[in-house]
Ligand binder design. Structure first.
Ligand code: F6R
Length: 615
């Protein structure tokens, strides 16, 4: 979603801002802009629709170069108002205040009406513009940009991360957040702000993570932070462990491809120090985990998109291994329902980014509930809002995921949820030592098994070619493989724009079989489990409709070859925990190669954002 970068430095800040915007491109956006305070103390701005490359071109064609030692910049993902120059940030009011904003100001219509009555002229269709006018208005009664911003934000309802500069206060940037992330990068070259670390890694590794409601007054040599209650506070500077090679493409063509191939290592990292040879370490979920896991009677999982699919797989494991009733729901629905919350529920949020607005709001809402509930977040980003809101936390450690389509975050979420199922099963006395040892050894084998599955890329490239002219596809699975089929369908649609549906194979004859014809390929997942024979019958039903079929099978499943069917023996002899994780890999590779053939922007598919920080 939208990205922010800004700062005050010793030299010209423009190249730093542009480099920062380029590192935020992965988040998804449709226009970009920058404003600097030039040597004449004038707000000098450039905005462009489309890629940061367009903005760079725009800047390089200017008669007067964009030079200044302080500035703010933004990549905008349109919510209120189409992608256009006039809606792109930064916004400026009366040449005297400029802002960039992530989030949504929900009461903007009301504020806009008031501000128009005060004589403010609106030059965009955004909700954001009310922020710049509100600060301008507040500046009339104070001689501090900080105080004016503090006053203005009190009138906002919604979510924001904001950067503010003003020619009346040269050398200062005000940064504040509520509901949207914002960090401060500190360095000898100057002090900076950004919506995530990626934007500033070429400048510094030292970051301050602003807390909810914080506001900071930043200059070249100082960072002064005030908490929500107005009191000055000290926030720790943390050194990021992100390495450049983690965020560079290396030998790969796309981040998605790199991230698919990083999965063996990502899973090794997830397992590291969380298991012994035979057991899962319950304490890996937090020092109170054992006590909590013994007490809980229900589990409610809430997440979005791919993370939701991980939750759906986990439901099978938690009920099967830990014998605990588990419900899974998408956060955007759950947060607006009036769910019955039973006492002793463990509320589990799953998220790669830890900033997904719906998931975060669902967690905040549940914490207000009076019943005895506990919270656990499974997340990839240590400094995220979800992690901060949760009682128990578990980091997936998959490393930065830059491609919009989630791959390694998903498989490491699955590994984390497998560990959770075993940990809860043990605390509830529901899993035998032998069974636990079997699951743990299966998990230990995973990186090797995935590495082997990745070697099938050549065969999958050939299969991908058959999708060249296809507009629809159907994914089938049974049991936990239905969730994997859903994930396969989501990957295909989001990066290749082919319409794809996933169904539990047993549902075919209740409707979706009507869709099947020779132009709709069917992709089925065939593990060797208790539902295999039923799946084989479903494949027979499809055969008689003449559709192209691709079956990813466990070798021991021995699906009978049929006309128009390609069987891909994916691996063999998988347990119920390892199977869904392994079968994810060929589906990821398939959608990646179909997208390459379709010529889409694989890492940044249209209309999508990496981190969905607004509703
Ligand atoms: C799909 C994808 C999205 C995310 C969803 C939740 O490839 O990446 O569906 O899974 O937006 O994001 P997180 O996990 O960051 O909460």
């Amino acid at each position: 979603m939208c990205g922010i970068v800004g700062g005050v430095c010793k030299n010209n800040i423009t190249p730093i801002l542009i480099d920062g915007l380029e590192h935020l491109e992965y988040r998804g956006y449709d226009s970009a802009g920058v404003v600097v305070l030039d040597k004449n103390n004038i707000l000098s701005r450039a905005r462009s629709v489309g890629k940061v490359a367009n903005l760079k071109k725009n800047i390089s064609h200017r008669k007067i170069p964009l030079l200044g030692s302080s500035g703010i910049a933004h990549t905008r993902w349109a919510t209120h108002g189409e992608p256009s120059n006039r809606n792109a940030h930064p916004h400026i009011c009366n040449h005297s205040v400029s802002i960039v904003h992530n989030g949504i100001i929900e009461n903007f219509l009301q504020l806009k009406t008031q501000q128009q009555a005060q004589g403010y002229n609106f030059t965009s269709d955004t909700d954001t513009e009310v922020i710049v006018h509100a600060i301008h208005q507040a500046l009339k009664n104070t001689n501090s940009l900080l105080t004016a911003t503090q006053k203005a934000i009190k009138t906002f309802i919604g979510a924001y991360g904001i950067g503010v500069i003003s020619p009346q206060y040269p050398g200062h940037i005000i940064a504040t957040r509520s509901g949207s992330p914002l960090i401060i990068g500190v360095s000898k070259k100057g002090n900076f702000i950004a919506s995530d670390q990626m934007a500033l890694l070429n400048i510094t590794r030292d970051f301050i993570f602003l807390e909810e409601g914080d506001i900071a007054d930043i200059t070249l040599n100082s960072v002064i932070i005030y908490a929500k209650n107005g009191k000055q506070v000290r926030r720790q500077i943390k050194t990021s462990t992100l390495k450049n090679q983690q965020i560079s493409l290396g030998k790969y063509k796309h981040y998605m491809q790199k991230e698919i191939f990083e999965q063996p290592q990502a899973i090794r990292d997830t397992l590291e120090s969380r298991i012994t040879k035979k057991t899962v370490l319950v304490s890996a979920f937090g020092h109170r985990a054992k006590e909590i896991f013994k007490t809980i009677k229900h589990i409610q999982i809430v997440a979005c998109g791919t993370s939701y699919h991980a939750g759906l797989v986990a439901k099978y494991w938690l009920e099967d291994i830990a014998k605990i009733a588990t419900s899974v729901e998408v956060a955007s629905e759950y947060r607006y329902r009036k769910p019955v919350i039973l006492p002793h529920t463990l509320f589990v949020t799953i998220s790669q980014s830890g900033e997904t607005a719906d998931t975060l709001e669902a967690l905040k809402a549940i914490k207000k509930h009076r019943s005895k509930i506990y919270t656990l977040t499974i997340c990839n980003c240590v400094e995220s809002s979800l992690i901060r809101e949760s009682e128990l936390i578990f980091l997936t450690r998959s490393g930065p995921e830059i491609s919009v389509a989630s791959t390694k975050a998903f498989t490491t979420q699955l590994v984390s949820l497998a560990l959770l199922s075993v940990a809860i099963g043990r605390c509830r006395g529901q899993i035998s030592r032998l069974e636990e040892t079997k699951i743990v050894s299966g998990l230990n084998r995973l990186p090797g098994l995935i590495a082997k599955t990745l070697k099938q890329e050549g065969q999958i490239i050939k299969l991908a070619k058959t999708f060249k002219d296809k507009f629809n596809a159907l994914f089938l699975g049974r049991g936990s493989m239905h969730a994997i089929a859903m994930e396969g369908a989501l990957k295909l649609k989001e990066i290749s724009y082919i319409h794809a549906e996933a169904y539990p194979a047993g549902e075919l004859k209740h409707g979706p079989i009507a869709l099947i014809d020779k132009d709709t390929p069917v992709i089925a997942i065939a593990p060797n489990d208790e539902l295999l024979d039923k799946l084989k019958s479903n494949l027979q039903e499809i055969k008689s409709r003449g559709s192209q079929m691709i079956v990813f099978e466990d070798e021991s499943a021995q699906v009978t070859p049929m006309k128009s069917m390609t069987i891909v023996p994916t691996t063999t002899d998988l347990g119920r925990i390892t199977a869904p994780i392994i079968f994810t890999i060929p589906l990821q590779l398939l959608s990646y190669h179909v997208a390459l053939i379709k010529g889409t922007n694989v890492d940044r598919p249209r209309n999508l954002a990496k981190s969905v920080t607004v509703e």
